[in-house]
Design a protein around this ligand. Sequence first.
Ligand SMILES: Nc1nc2c(ncn2[C@@H]2O[C@H](COP(=O)(O)OP(=O)(O)O)[C@@H](O)[C@H]2O)c(=O)[nH]1
Ligand SMILES: [Mg+2]
Length: 256
Amino acid sequence: MSRVLVILPTYMEKDTLPVVLTKVLTQEVADILVIDDNSPDGTAQIASDWASQSRRVHVMNRPGKLGLGTAYLAGFLWGLDRGYDCFIEMDSDMSHNPLDLPRFLDEIEKGADLVIGSRYMRNTISVVGWDFKRLILSKFGNFYASTILGMKLSDITSGYRAFSRRAFENMELGNIHSEGYAFQIEMAYMASRAGLKIMEVPIIFTERASGSSKMSKRIVREAIWLPWRLKLRKLINSFSRSAAKDPQKSGRRTEG
Ligand SMILES: Nc1nc2c(ncn2[C@@H]2O[C@H](COP(=O)(O)OP(=O)(O)O)[C@@H](O)[C@H]2O)c(=O)[nH]1
Ligand SMILES: [Mg+2]
């Protein structure tokens, strides 16, 4: 694997970021881009201190909390411009184990374009520290989105992922506007629509031990609507494509 960029979005992660950075840096192939949204707890300063100690750590500072989806998109573009071949999405709260990275990279090397770290592969539940309500929300959310979109993934909302450079070259990143879980669903769906190879690898997800989750009702609502929005978009696109092929069918005049 030539050049790997691990993108770490941060909002108020001052306690966990140093632990994640330490562990990711043990993976020699990977550079890191921390994208901080002006966290009031000083996370950006911690990231900058690490960047000044290691040439493998980079920081992007954004002016305010602009959301997880836009953070990742900004990170993907940053890495594409700088010639990275593989892009990793990873939470900065130690829920995703950086030591799992080689398994993601193996799949990319074998030809996958999107590798999803799944908490639910082979009908198991590999989550530590969630209460029943949180687990049901995640399991139901997965079932709901995958069923509506007709996708056979065990964990379509997981945020631990690897993308090949080719994935982004074949997906229209400019059309992606969602945040939180919806962002993960939309990226998987767009990858599948682009005919890219999607694989899952099993992971163990551990709920954060410090700091707090940024999940909100708005993020859940967005994820509820997203599959329907994607289906509608597909319908409109296929209608406009068939109208372009056969203008008379759509009732448009072609002459005079
Ligand atoms: N830059 C940035 N990072 C964010 C934002 N929202 C969440 N994050 C980060 O995204 C990761 C996942 O968020 P988290 O709150 O842990 O979500 P949860 O795991 O679903 O509870 C964490 O590293 C957060 O710090 C945001 O608006 N901007
Ligand atoms: Mg988390």
